[in-house]
Design a protein around this ligand. Structure first.
Ligand code: G3H
Ligand code: ZN
Length: 281
């Protein structure tokens, strides 16, 4: 069942846990996320994201997600991940209840202006908006972290002037799994929470330990986005099957799906949201 995204995040904040947001890529990966939500009675954000959209287009990816999830009894949210301007508008038209507008690459004032406009439009349709401030590098990029971290004063101004519902921040995380991880800047997360007052989001949650997840949750992170770890689980399943010789593709996809369900439930356990869904089969 599709549920109100902001209620899930508010409940997580009140309960001291976080919700999981995971990317779908295909029928089987969407099924894995929905099965994991059902089996573990956990709410899940199903993210239509930056890999699947160029692959098949937003409309087809949305239709696929809905086809798999429409009849599920799990508490689910249809969320656009890392949307540029036009894609956010398309997602609102397609009936998403939650979007992430990614203007992090823009100069600060332009990020504020465009995010504020998206928020005005989205809120007219009852859609919540996550935005990003600070830059999140890819795992293989060499970065000077001081120019990537979210600045606390800018975060305060950004949230006050845009009216965003949640804020994705840069505090040492990367997209993908880095060889040499940067420790999370927990005091910075806490300061951003205190000056903004909105629930915070951590992208790049693959490779984070349970301890790091718990420390970030304790200081204001109530949505984690993870993709790479779950994709790797899916891939392991496929490789297991083909390592035995030629097999039907369906057998490999089914094993990939099974391993992705288990990996998703493990993440949901780290986030503290197992059993948090009120609705059962
Ligand atoms: O928006 C998606 C996430 O940030 C995925 O990051 O692949 O490092 O888990 P990840
Ligand atoms: Zn991300």
């Amino acid at each position: 069942m599709w549920v109100d995204p902001m209620s899930l995040i508010r409940e997580a904040r009140q309960g001291g846990y976080a919700v999981g947001a995971f990317n779908m890529h295909s029928d089987e990966t969407t099924q894995a996320l929905v099965h994991a939500a059902e089996e573990s009675a956990s709410p899940v954000f199903l993210q239509v994201g930056r890999a699947v959209v160029p692959h098949m287009g937003l409309s087809a990816a949305t239709a696929m997600t809905r086809r798999v999830a429409d009849d599920s009894y799990a508490e689910l949210v249809l969320h656009l991940d890392h949307g540029p301007w036009g894609e956010c508008l398309e997602a609102i038209k397609l009936g998403f209840s939650s979007i992430m507008y990614d203007g992090a690459h823009l100069p600060f004032k332009e990020n504020i202006a465009s995010t504020r406009r998206i928020v005005e439009i989205a809120h007219e349709y009852g859609v919540i908006v996550e935005a990003e401030l600070g830059k999140i590098p890819d795992a293989d990029e060499k970065v000077d972290w001081s120019s990537y971290y979210t600045d606390v004063d800018e975060a305060e101004r950004f949230v006050a002037e845009t009216g965003v519902d949640t804020l994705a921040i840069s505090v040492g995380i990367v997209h993908g799994i880095p060889g040499d991880p940067q420790p999370l800047d927990i005091p910075r997360i806490e300061r951003i929470r205190d000056v903004t007052g909105v629930p915070l989001v951590l992208h790049g949650a693959s490779g984070l330990s349970e301890e790091e997840v718990k420390a970030a949750t304790a200081v204001g992170v109530h949505k984690f986005n993870a993709d790479t770890d779950l994709r790797l689980a899916f891939r392991r399943g496929i490789e297991n099957v083909f390592s035995k010789g030629d097999r039907q593709l369906e057998e490999a996809l089914a094993e990939g799906r099974d391993l992705m369900v288990a990996a998703t439930i493990e993440k949901l356990g780290h986030y503290g949201c197992l059993g948090r869904s009120a609705v059962r089969a």
